[in-house]
Ligand binder design. Structure first.
Ligand code: SAH
Length: 221
């Protein structure tokens, strides 16, 4: 996202946004570029209008269709984990509201984002045009298959909970690349995993317990 696109965005929200950034920092996020992106992205324009007044709380919010925009801290945690390998291209699975993709758009050259719910994909396309986000490419598809066309990716960020790490995503990760993905854990939470690829080995470590909506199969009109 180019900073010019953000000019004129309601200054009234600058202070509440700053407070959100401080909360996220207090939760342990130290990567300056990530904090700057959170500071810059107008989350109140991304969540549903009726929830705009709650946009800068450190909470997940409904985005319709039974889906949620993640809590800012989790978006920051996943972005920070991805940034540790200095990626240039990122594949995101689960565009949703577009917030995570907008954050990533400020951190890397190219973002590719796949969403399976058509109205969400369409809404986000319009939103990015409006916000001047130009380096996010979108696709309506089942993210279990990744997005072969632009592979391999330096990083892959999955924002819905998978039953296990999808094989297609492992293959589309560049050698030396990193995937951040919530995978089914207990009945109440999932394991947020960092998966680092070294050749034909994928080294996995647990970073946090998280709660995401499940990854579903197929495309929904
Ligand atoms: N990154 C989003 C999070 C949205 S919630 C944001 O910042 O708002 C998770 C999203 O993943 C939902 O929009 C849901 O429809 C989508 N999703 C679930 N299963 C999917 C799949 N198999 N392929 C692509 N998207 C999927």
């Amino acid at each position: 996202m180019h900073s010019s696109a953000l000019r004129g965005v309601g200054m009234t929200s600058a202070r509440t946004r700053e407070r959100m950034v401080a909360t996220v920092r207090d939760c342990g996020i130290h990567e300056k570029r990530v904090l700057n992106a959170l500071r810059a992205i107008p989350r109140h324009l991304i969540v549903e209008e009726a929830l705009a007044h709650r946009a800068y709380e450190n909470r997940p919010l409904s985005i319709g269709y039974g889906q949620t925009i993640s809590q800012p801290f989790i978006v920051a945690l996943m972005s920070q984990a991805a940034m540790e390998i200095e990626p240039k291209s990122v594949l995101e699975i689960g565009t949703g509201s577009g917030y995570q993709a907008a954050v990533l758009s400020m951190l890397v050259d190219s973002v590719y984002s796949v969403e399976r719910i058509e109205p969400l994909e369409r809404r986000t396309r319009a939103l990015f045009a409006e916000l001047g986000v130009e380096n996010v490419r979108q696709k309506l598809d089942d993210g279990h298959e990744g997005w072969e066309e632009h592979a391999p990716y330096d990083a892959i960020v999955v924002t819905a909970a998978a039953a296990s790490v999808p094989q297609a995503l492992k293959e589309q990760l560049r050698d030396g690349g990193r995937m951040v993905i919530p995978v089914a854990g207990s009945s109440i939470s999932q394991d947020l995993l960092v998966v680092d690829r070294r050749g034909r080995r994928w080294h996995t470590r647990h970073v946090a317990d998280v709660v995401f909506v499940p990854m579903r199969e197929g495309v929904q009109a």
